[in-house]
Design a protein around this ligand. Structure first.
Ligand SMILES: Nc1ncnc2c1ncn2[C@@H]1O[C@H](COP(=O)(O)OP(=O)(O)OP(=O)(O)O)[C@@H](O)[C@H]1O
Ligand SMILES: [Mg+2]
Length: 421
């Protein structure tokens, strides 16, 4: 928020000027109005960051102005100035959403302090809104690329499933985007403002994973120098993402099942039970049903985590998404790698090869192919086309533009889906 602006409204010109002088001296930019109609039009046209208004004015009073201001911008802090600073008027103003009120006999300090506080709150609200928007764009569905019918079905399911409280199991081969989908579920769920906590069930030995999940008390084992809450506690109110759930050791499966059933955890070495409220999204590239049949995965846990199942198709079954994905990753790496010349696109021949390739590593392999093209580009062209390693071959043919500007998106010189991809 650059240079916040305060709109000061009072039917007494002296009062307006007095406030403006004090606030300008304190470094604030001020807009002023003695006519409430003028104030309304300034509210609409100038979008100030704080409204400081007299409560009692002829025609449009401070409360009416407050209501209109809140309609225009619900996060706008409003400070009321009142000659009759009774509890009643103050309560009425606060009930209507005013940030605070000041008696007309305010001191310079009182005015500057309340304005600083209100502007700080405004700044935080704006920052939070930006963060939320950023979160939505980085983690929401709009970053999951795909227009194939198979992916359209996935998107539909994600939107519906996210709104429910049901536990979700995301299935798919390695690199199909399971984690991306888990994050999109969270971002589209009513829990989006709370934590998304990933736990990699494959990366730790059983005892460490147990204390990671459930926490531990100080002295519970050698090295437990202080009490640590578990990730289930950290995720309370939000989403717990159990990645590679198929790798969870059997002993922990039992403990996890109990915690999910009881909605309570007991830290390692602890005696009391702690309430947790988590929504579980799990992912695996294993056939969990098969693990159940082999006795490697507890059936009750399987049903508890798999209330809704989202299956991600392997890339080879939706090759029509390849051009879109290539465009997406070219855009992404152009932004990340500050090259003097951005990559403009990919030659038709290379794209055709990519559309015919089996992509055993799925989207991750494709992303890597595009990334390596940023390093090698055309230099490898001399190796001849086509060569024996299709993804690398494809990357041989990614071309650079002559322009030295960095376009926000790949320029029109590469064909887009709407123009025949
Ligand atoms: N549909 C997609 N659109 C854009 N990027 C994607 C898509 N699917 C996957 N990716 C990207 O591919 C990479 C691999 O995705 P992710 O980590 O979600 O896969 P995964 O299924 O969890 O794989 P693994 O089983 O190996 O953990 C990530 O960089 C991710 O951002
Ligand atoms: Mg993963």
């Amino acid at each position: 928020m650059s240079e916040p602006r305060v709109l000061i409204v009072d039917d007494e010109p002296d009062m307006v000027e007095n406030c403006a002088r004090i606030l300008r001296r304190a470094g604030h930019r001020c807009l002023t109005a003695t006519d409430p109609h003028r104030a309304l039009s300034l509210l609409e046209s100038e979008r100030p960051d704080l409204l400081l208004t007299d409560l009692k004015m002829p025609e449009v009073d401070g409360l009416a102005l407050l209501r209109r201001a809140k309609e225009l911008d619900p996060a706008l802090p409003v400070v009321m100035i009142t000659a009759f600073a009774t509890i009643e008027t103050a309560v009425a103003a606060i009930k209507e959403g005013a940030f605070d009120y000041l008696p007309k006999s305010f001191t310079v300090d009182q005015l500057t302090v309340v304005v600083e506080r209100a502007l700080r709150q405004r700044r935080l609200a704006v920052e939070n809104r930006h963060l939320r928007e950023q979160l939505q764009t980085t983690l929401g569905l709009e970053n999951v690329i795909g227009r194939s019918p198979a992916m359209a079905q996935v998107f539909e399911l994600v939107k519906k499933a996210a709104r429910s409280e049901a536990n979700i199991l995301v299935l798919g081969e390695s690199g199909t985007g399971k984690e991306l989908i888990a994050r999109a579920v969270h971002a589209n769920s009513p829990r989006a403002a709370q934590a998304f906590v990933p736990v990699d069930c494959a990366s730790l030995p059983e005892n460490l994973l147990e204390s990671e999940l459930f926490g531990h008390e100080k002295g519970a084992f050698t090295g437990a120098v202080k009490t640590k809450p578990g990730l289930m506690e950290v995720a309370s109110g939000g989403t717990l993402f159990l990645d590679e759930i198929g790798e969870l050791p059997v002993g922990l499966q039992v403990k996890l099942l109990r915690a999910l059933q009881e909605r309570q955890v007991r830290r390692v070495g602890g005696t009391s039970l702690i309430d947790v409220d988590v929504r579980v999204v799990s992912a695996t590239n294993r056939d969990l049903r098969d693990s159940v049949a082999r006795g490697q995965f507890r059936e009750e846990l399987y049903y508890r985590v798999n209330v809704i199942e989202i299956r991600l198709p392997p890339l080879r079954e939706r090759l029509e998404d390849v051009p879109l994905l290539v465009e997406h990753f070219i855009g992404l790496y152009n932004e990340r790698m500050l090259r003097p010349r951005p990559i403009a696109g990919i030659e038709d021949e290379a794209l055709a090869a990519m559309r015919n390739y089996s992509w055993k590593g799925n989207v991750r392999e494709l992303a890597n192919a595009v990334e390596s093209a940023f390093t090698f580009g055309r230099k490898r062209r001399s190796a001849g086309w086509p060569c024996s390693r299709p993804p690398t071959c494809a990357s041989c043919s990614i071309v650079t533009t002559a322009t030295s500007r960095r376009p926000p998106r790949p320029p029109a010189s590469i064909a887009r889906p709407s123009t025949g991809w």
